[in-house]
Design a protein around this ligand. Structure first.
Ligand code: PGA
Length: 260
């Protein structure tokens, strides 16, 4: 898919009951106006996906799974699959740093999940980013490269069109420590140049790349103004209807200014 829309994704992580999730959607639905150039995606607890898929106006909000297992079905107690999410979630986060670092999702798992999502018509949002020590050691580019190769290993050029990359420096997630827009731009340029190397110029130019990590309503515009950034992945601030709708409004403004 070309970079015709700004994507604003709210990752609610392990927060909110199903009832609270439904209430937040209700509040957001009053605050968020539709905009043809902005797509808003909500990633609630998996438990709430079914309820919310019946509740939301799909023109206003799309849904994303935060995680899933890569097999479609079988003896995997406690798991949910992309096949079960099909028709309920249009997107899925894959390789979020909390999955990589707390739950030890390996490149192999991540690659299999990317494949499972695509197989089930769900657009994977592949999250990549360096830790503080990798950054301090000057290893940011290498880390991004390894995570890209790891996640995209089996992806064809046609499949790539369905994938979104989220650049999320691990040290900026949930810390209130903002990445400098200049550094974000540089990292995303390096991501595009690696995509170019792997798939060619057109694919690199068409790749949708988001930024995530302590995005707030105040800071959102400075990232949205970057020509390399096609949207935002928002954690903490997406749990507050007013803060999140402010971020969406800023995306409307920036889409109006038509930077691409
Ligand atoms: P944060 O989370 O906005 O709370 O830093 C971002 C994310 O984990 O995707």
């Amino acid at each position: 898919m070309a970079r015709d829309k700004t994507l604003i994704v709210g990752n609610w992580k392990l927060n909110l009951t199903v009832g609270e999730s439904s209430l937040l959607v209700h509040e957001l639905s009053k605050l968020v106006k539709n905009h043809r150039d902005v797509e808003v995606v909500l990633a609630p607890t998996s438990l709430a996906l079914q309820t919310l898929s019946l509740q939301v106006n799909h023109r206003q909000f799309k849904l994303a799974a935060q995680n899933f297992y890569w097999r479609d079905h079988g003896p995997y107690t406690g798991e949910i699959s992309a096949a079960q999410l099909r028709g309920i979630a249009q997107f899925a986060l894959v390789g979020h740093s909390e999955r990589r670092h707390i739950f030890n999702d390996s490149d192999k798992d991540i690659r299999a999940k990317v494949q499972a999502a695509i197989r089930n018509h769900i657009r994977p949002i592949l999250c990549i980013g360096e830790t503080a020590s990798e950054r301090a050691n000057g290893e940011t580019q290498d880390t991004l490269h390894d995570q890209l190769i790891g996640g995209l290993a089996n992806v064809t050029s046609e499949e790539l069109e369905h994938i979104i990359i989220a650049y999320e420096p691990v040290w900026a997630i949930g810390t209130g420590q903002n990445a400098h827009p200049h550094d974000v731009s540089q990292a995303i340029r390096s991501i595009r140049s690696q995509i170019k190397h792997l798939y060619g110029t057109k694919q690199a130019e068409n790749m949708q790349v988001l930024y995530g990590g302590s995005v707030t309503a105040d800071g959102a515009s400075s990232y949205l103004a970057l020509p390399d950034v096609d949207g935002l992945l928002v954690g903490g601030a997406s749990l507050d209807a007013h803060a999140f709708s402010e971020i969406i409004k800023k995306a409307h403004k920036s889409a109006g200014a038509s930077k691409v």
